[in-house]
Ligand binder design. Structure first.
Ligand SMILES: [Ca+2]
Ligand SMILES: [Ca+2]
Ligand SMILES: [Ca+2]
Length: 494
């Protein structure tokens, strides 16, 4: 009995919600890359990523030959899967977003990539000739290469900056893509333009029948330059760059108008820092009336009226993730030092229903330099990618670190607790604590993996007679992972 009391007080201590840089161990997974713009966890348990160009450790632009690669986080072995010879990197452009089809391992071994390329005479939608356009191409994965390029979308307005390009598949297997306004602000409120939008399409690029506007890919509008996109909690979240203030995180609803360029941040009529090109700045004292007239959706988070931190990649840490202090949070990375913060990884803890942010924790403030993207592995480890060779590391000529750009693993090094209350109810295990035999409500034949409190796998059992026998394990706390790679329970071995 004494032992059980000790265990329960141990667990309640673990549930406390503080988190700090020292709680993570940072390990380089891949180094000397060139702006790994998208990092995403693949079905092969490798991290698939893009590089904006094939420049390696050079900040010289323009650059061509952007790449798709993947790295095995266990071994650090990097493979090149694709070189895109017609890609064009200049300032913020190049090979950018990437998404893997949800049916990749069965019927559709497809990978989607967004990149910019040069096209003579191309404009940004108004009368500015940029000679840059953007397209999305679908490739087939075959023999460790990406082959058979099929254009899904083309001729999206391009410019050297504000080109969005994050991709994300929804649970219904439709594909979302963010687009920037390509430095033509009027694109954002213009529903006939694909720019300054979040677009939704079928996996062949056609318009889903249930899109909010008939025969239109536009899913939401009034965006400036969204580079963060993730679906979770039955919701879609997006992060976008503000001008000189008001980076935003938004909950995206179908046909939602997010206000750009007439509304910056909240509908509050409050002044903000003057724009770098003040002639373009609207009269923000008119925000409230614009918001009312146009049913503007306000953000759930902003960087405020005096700062931008350049919000880039966004991911979600699930409610049943192994690190309890991160559960049900948006993970956001930033590129720029704002008024006081920036170039950081921040944890935006969501309310239970996911509709608001209840707490912000800033981690690794200017430790890794510019951070472009983030992904979470199925066992709850976090990976970030730097963006220090994108030409904006320094205004004083300082070179970026010689290891960069890199993909870094951030391993939580304190005890992990693992299981949300929902999950505890969903799985029935008894007795718990156990001396060895553990009865479980899983089908016979299901493979269950036991992890120690640091997330390392210690044993794999096959359910037999609705039980597993873990008597060989030493005393302690173990997490149970099912065959779908989800943490589903926690057991005490005594
Ligand atoms: Ca990502
Ligand atoms: Ca907005
Ligand atoms: Ca405002």
């Amino acid at each position: 009995m004494k032992k059980i009391i000790l265990l329960s007080s141990f667990i309640s201590f673990l549930g406390m919600g503080q988190i700090a840089d020292a709680d993570f161990t940072a390990t380089n997974i891949a180094t000397k890359l060139h702006v790994p713009w998208e990092i995403t966890w693949g079905p092969d348990n490798k991290i698939w990523f893009t590089e904006r160009s094939g420049q390696g450790q050079s900040t010289t632009q323009p650059g061509t030959n952007g790449k798709v690669k993947r790295v095995d986080p266990e071994t650090g072995v990097v493979e090149t899967l694709l070189t895109i010879t017609d890609s064009y990197e200049s300032q913020e452009t190049g090979v950018l977003g990437l998404a893997i089809h949800p049916d990749f391992t069965t019927t559709k071994p497809w990978v989607y990539v967004v990149y910019t390329y040069q096209k003579s005479g191309a404009t940004n939608g108004t009368n500015t000739v940029t000679n840059i356009v953007e397209k999305m191409v679908r490739y087939t994965y075959q023999n460790n290469q990406l082959v058979n390029p099929t254009i899904i979308l083309d001729n999206i307005y391009g410019n050297t900056t504000h080109v969005g390009s994050r991709l994300h598949f929804l649970p219904d297997k439709t594909l979302l893509m963010t687009t920037g306004e390509a430095q033509s602000r009027s694109n954002s409120q213009n529903l006939s333009s694909k720019s300054g939008k979040i677009l939704r399409m079928n996996d062949d690029g056609s318009v889903p029948v249930d899109n909010p506007i008939a025969n239109s890919l536009v899913y939401s509008f009034g965006h400036r330059n969204p580079q963060g996109l993730v679906a979770a909690n039955g919701k879609v979240y997006s992060a976008e760059h503000g001008d000189v203030s008001n980076d935003e995180v938004n909950v995206i609803i179908p046909n939602g108008n997010y206000g750009w360029p007439n509304v910056w941040g909240y509908c509050d009529n409050l002044p903000t820092k003057p724009s770098n090109s003040p002639s373009d700045q609207p009269d923000l004292t008119l925000e409230k009336s614009f918001c009312t007239a146009n049913n503007i959706v306000e953000p759930i988070w902003t960087s405020g009226n005096t700062s931008t931190e350049a919000t880039a990649g966004l991911d979600y840490y699930p409610k049943d993730g192994s690190v309890s202090v991160l559960q049900n949070s948006l993970l956001l990375v930033t590129l720029k030092i704002g008024t006081s913060l920036g170039r950081d990884f921040r944890v935006l803890q969501l309310s239970e229903d996911g509709s608001s942010i209840v707490k912000q924790t800033v981690l690794f403030n200017n430790v890794f330099g510019r951070i472009r993207d983030i992904c979470v592995s199925p066992v709850g480890d976090i990976y970030i990618s730097t963006s220090n060779y994108d030409g904006r590391f320094s205004t004083s000529g300082t070179n970026p670190p010689v290891t960069d750009d890199r993909i870094v693993k951030l391993k939580y090094n304190k005890t992990v607790t693992g299981v949300s209350d929902d999950q505890k109810e969903a799985i029935h295990i008894y007795p718990n604590p156990t001396q060895g035999i553990l009865n479980v409500n899983f089908q016979d034949g299901e493979k269950l993996t036991l992890l120690n409190v640091h997330g390392a796998e210690v044993a794999v059992y096959t359910v037999n007679n609705s039980s597993i026998n873990m008597s060989e394990l030493s005393s302690g706390v173990y997490l149970i992972k099912n065959s779908k790679n989800r943490i589903v329970g926690k057991v005490f071995k005594i």
